[in-house]
Design a protein around this ligand. Structure first.
Ligand code: FES
Length: 85
């Protein structure tokens, strides 16, 4: 993220934003790219994705909602994410 003309740091169109959801996935927005350990691209299929951080998804690296069933607890500092986030 580059500084704005006034010196403040703000979002840019080409920035990537990662939002940790409370007891859930990491929401990734922006101009991102996902690759497997060999560097092979993984098509996210959309501009915003939810990446699993509970480790229990059946479609890793993406969240499939299993975190709710297993009652994943991420800790107190995450953001409450709505479906529209
Ligand atoms: S965070 Fe949703 S399935 Fe893991």
């Amino acid at each position: 993220m580059r500084p704005e003309p006034n010196g403040a740091r703000g979002p840019r169109d080409d920035d990537v934003t990662i939002t940790p959801c409370a007891d859930g996935p990491l929401l990734v927005r922006g101009d991102f790219r996902i690759v497997d350990p060999d560097g092979t691209p993984i098509d996210p299929g959309r501009d915003t994705v939810a990446l699993c951080r509970c480790g229990r998804s059946g479609r890793k690296p993406f969240c499939d909602g299993t975190h709710q069933r297993v009652r994943f607890a991420a800790g107190p500092s995450a953001h409450r994410c709505a479906a529209s986030d």
